[in-house]
Design a binder for this molecule. Structure first.
Ligand code: NAD
Length: 294
């Protein structure tokens, strides 16, 4: 259910849509418990003491516990070697009790994050970051795992029955975890997609944003999108997580200025963030379901 109207736009409320995803997960987990005699197993690999990473992993583990997923946090020291981390991932790849593996990023400088992403068994890559999974998405295949944040955005758009086929979508940001995968998902859904990045000419960025029926912003730049950069009928999805000058959490969109000018908008917090966690749980349940069949 969509959480109601704001001043102008309808709020796309990730919190309530996430609860629908959790209800589906709970039913699937009960089914898996019956078939396999054990819940899905999810391993979180946490390297070092990064406070934000600790909060993110703690939050994800709490949700997994609530759903009855067996969540296990593996803590490694900040100065752990790449070889040791690869060994840990290999162990989890071989472990039949583990259905999903999440290596929390960012990783310390001595570790090549690309090597780590590639070391995770694609069948346990519930973050959807492995090139095999991103490649399957880009190829338009239904196989593999999709990155959680873009998958959550698609679910949020679907929950509000926002049409995608034949619509103009603009994505601001081209990262491997948000910008690129959401672009492929929108392409696969039949949208006409423009992808912008930090090198995009400002005038072109303005034009592309104003033309968008669906505007997804994942740049990590507070107030990048103002009221003069949106189409009145647009659905605006704000992925950014920033702190404003007063230390308050904010997205990449000037929410107060934009909310009265568009048709749909996600709040920060409470929009995309809860969907990311929910889709991680959905991917873990899917991984366990596939493992049960193989
Ligand atoms: P990133 O730094 O890897 O990528 C940012 C992208 O934005 C780059 O492609 C860059 O070229 C582009 N960009 C930067 N400034 C721009 C500008 N002025 N104009 C156009 N493009 C610009 O970041 P990321 O990992 O994709 O994350 C983006 C934001 O989303 C961050 O604030 C991050 O914290 C947040 N995030 C939120 C969630 C969630 O669950 N809500 C999940 C992942 C990331």
């Amino acid at each position: 259910m969509i959480a109601g109207m704001t001043d102008g736009a309808t709020l796309l409320c990730g919190k309530s849509v996430a609860e629908n995803v959790y209800a589906e997960c709970t039913a699937a987990i009960a089914d898996l418990n019956q078939k396999r005699g054990r819940p899905p197993g999810l391993a979180f690999v946490l390297v070092g003491e990064n406070p934000a990473s600790q909060v993110y992993v703690g939050r994800k583990q709490k949700v997994s516990e609530r759903l009855g997923i067996s969540g296990q946090i593996i803590r490694l020291a900040a100065d752990v070697s790449e070889a040791k981390l690869l060994e840990c991932i290999d162990g989890l790849n071989q472990d039949a009790q583990i259905d999903g593996i999440l290596v929390q990023q960012p990783l310390p400088a001595q570790i090549d994050a690309t090597r780590i992403v590639r070391a995770v068994d694609p069948a346990k890559d519930v973050d959807g970051f492995h090139p095999a999974n991103l490649g399957a998405l880009a190829a338009g295949l239904a196989t593999g795992f999709r990155a959680c944040t873009p998958l959550g955005i698609m679910r949020l758009l679907d929950s509000a029955a926002i049409p995608l086929r034949g619509r103009q979508a603009t994505v601001v940001g081209r990262s491997l975890i948000v910008g690129r995968p959401i672009s492929y998902m929108l392409i696969n859904a039949g949208a006409t997609v423009t992808v912008c990045n930090s090198a995009t000419d400002l005038q072109l960025l303005n034009q592309a944003c104003r033309a968008a029926d669906i505007l997804v912003v994942a740049a990590g730049r507070p107030a990048l999108i103002g009221a003069d950069m949106v189409k009145p009928s647009a659905a605006v999805v704000d992925v950014g997580i920033n702190r404003d000058s007063a230390g308050k959490l904010c997205g990449d969109v000037d929410f107060e200025a934009v909310r009265s000018r568009v048709a749909h908008i996600t709040p920060v917090p409470g929009g995309v963030g809860p969907m990311t966690v929910a889709m991680l749980m959905a991917n873990t349940v899917a991984a366990a379901g596939r493992a049960a069949k193989s």
